[in-house]
Design a protein around this ligand. Sequence first.
Ligand SMILES: C=C(O[C@H]1C=CC=C(C(=O)O)[C@@H]1O)C(=O)O
Length: 313
Amino acid sequence: MPADGGAFYVNDFNLSDRAPWKKPTQLIPVSEASLPASAAWNGAQMPHITWAKPATEWFKMAFRRIRREVLARRLEKMVPVLTERGTIVTGSPLRLLEKVMSAPANTWGYAWVHGDQGFLGATPELLFRSQGRQVQTMALAGTAKPGGQEAFMHDVKEIEEHEIVVRYLVDRLSGLGVVQRDLRGLCQAGTLLHFQTNLSVQLRDAANPDQLVGELHPTPAVGCLPREEAWLEKLREYRAQLKVPGFFGAPFGFVEPGSEGICHMVVAIRGISWAGHQAQLPSGCGIVGGSAFDHEWRELRLKREAVVAMLGI
Ligand SMILES: C=C(O[C@H]1C=CC=C(C(=O)O)[C@@H]1O)C(=O)O
């Protein structure tokens, strides 16, 4: 990480880029109002994308296999990802930066554009925010049906799915310092409602953002528990088989300019990616013992619909 900050952390889910810090030669802060002038759209219009209905077969197979491992108590949780594919018929995805700049409350906008490829979105999930030895993070997992808030608050399966992530974070962070866990709360992000638990830790020894990424990513909100190499390998296999875009679930961050080292690292979900005219819209769902296929299939759709509504695509 550059010592004087002012750099972005961009990587894929498998952290395959060994040089993930990208320091622009020029860093220009933009606001919603100044974006059109800085972005030089060159007359580009909002994109029109036609989406193809995703096929169930491969996902269903992954779902069944994961559930079998969970019921056999070899695995506690895993998050497979389904990707809807589309064609950008007219317009440019660059224009969606406007939507990212006006992302809903309780989300962080993120975007990375390189030539005719890129990804962008607005995520409700923070991997960590760090300054010196002070680190804040959150468990974000468990999703309510629209209008189902009352039932959600007492939904044993959703609570279990969430608490698995909390337990994981407390475990990992306890090795680094004294952890404070807040009470389980709610997070309304756009059209979706989740459980959210904030956690913070005062590090015993200094750790830079790269070390914190290595320590925390992937959390079981997008990965698996136990987070052992054999299960991570299985997860990577499912992701490859299901052709999940690399950005999905990956850490994406920014370290502020200056020597303070204030770093914001989010988990890149609720977004799209594109290469040329091909667009991808992924969503994931946590599989635990109580998961049923139809319920999860619907949750995956709700998550993608939230992205479609937010980006107006
Ligand atoms: C993996 C996603 O969401 C994560 C974040 C919040 C709730 C989640 C859930 O209830 O499964 C997921 O862990 C996604 O939006 O694709």
